[in-house]
Design a protein around this ligand. Structure first.
Ligand code: AHR
Length: 324
């Protein structure tokens, strides 16, 4: 069992270093018919978040969950308080998508101290401070660096101009997808000297802010011909801003994004968006499967990686009916 392995390796490492070994055994989860489960959502202002919360609700009955689901309304402080309240209500297990990497660390540590097994879903926390296998059981989610990398690869393969002038719309500052999607894209695109990122600014993963930021950046950089958005909501906002300014997304501006929402797939079908790299919000069934394995004493990898597809004009119409 992983919990035992961890305890043993910590003891061995401690002995080798001549330090006092501290047992870092993770909280146990007993096997039973029903579980009191906490799902502390960060916000519900976009289709992705709504689909993720629905996925937990849809999974609850079949998985034997008495689900307590909260909505922090975009506030990391409220998300921490929501976890506090769940701990006080005696949850057996916590599923947490941390809005930002650092402010949610106290929530992870408090759940750990209260003996509640915690699984981070879709986003992670600062790994220098809170670690899987030690402070929480595992991270269930996508490889955000790879998503940014694949968005850049698609752009490099499909852009047919001489010079790509890129505006990047970043996700929530301090969140793991914003940090990693930027790194994955920036590192890959740096290898192709046709491209220059002239501006990179947060739109907080929100459509309206994405539109406003794009409006402002268009004034400063009227020659922009590529938009890389860290999610589809901001990409749709950018398309609105570009069209209002008389530009033609899909013709004179290439739009590259991440998620796979219904509106994004429609924009691809309509020829306004080039690509969206999938980032699935349907975590309920995976959360159920991993929780049951953990309760059965199976080894859980520190990162349960979700494999993502890519949506372009070649397959968007095939997938729009299953989109959210
Ligand atoms: O953490 C995943 C990101 O969060 C999604 O890409 C975005 O749409 C959501 O708000």
């Amino acid at each position: 069992m992983k919990r035992r392995t961890l305890l043993i390796s910590t003891v061995v490492a401690g002995a080798l270093l001549g330090t006092t070994a501290i047992a870092q055994d993770l909280p146990q989860l007993e096997q039973k018919e029903r579980y009191k489960v906490g799902f502390a959502q960060m916000e519900s202002n976009n289709p992705w978040r709504i689909a993720e919360t629905k996925s937990f609700h849809d999974t609850a009955e079949a998985c034997g969950w008495d689900l307590i689901a909260t909505d922090a309304a975009g506030s990391a402080a409220k998300q921490v308080a929501d976890v506090d309240s769940m701990i006080a209500q005696g949850i057996d297990v916590l599923f947490l998508p941390p809005r930002e990497e650092k402010p949610l660390i106290p929530a992870v540590m408090k759940a750990r101290a209260a003996g509640i097994p915690t699984f981070l879903v879709d986003r992670s926390v600062d790994p220098a401070v809170a670690k899987p296998g030690e402070h929480f059981v595992a991270f269930l989610g996508s490889d955000f660096i790879d998503q940014g990398n694949r968005a850049a690869q698609w752009l490099m393969e499909n852009f047919d101009g001489d010079k790509g002038v890129i505006v990047q719309l970043e996700g929530t500052t301090g969140s793991s997808p914003a940090n990693d999607r930027k790194k994955g894209f920036d590192d890959a695109i740096a290898a192709d000297d046709r491209f220059e990122i002239v501006a990179s600014q947060t739109g907080d993963f929100a459509r309206d802010l994405g539109r406003q930021v794009m409006e402002t950046l268009l004034q400063a950089h009227p020659n922009v011909n590529v938009v890389y958005a860290h999610n589809d909501e901001m990409a749709i906002g950018a398309i609105q801003a570009l069209e209002l300014a008389g530009r033609k997304p899909g013709e004179d501006v290439t739009i590259v994004s991440i998620d796979g929402t219904r509106d994004a797939l429609q924009a691809i079908i309509d020829g306004k968006m080039g690509v969206t790299v999938e980032s699935s919000p349907f975590f309920g069934p995976l959360a159920c499967e991993i929780m049951k394995k953990y309760a059965a004493g199976e080894t859980i990898p520190e990162w349960v990686k979700v494999e993502d597809r890519i949506f372009t004009k070649d397959n968007a119409a095939d997938h729009i009916d299953e989109a959210y």
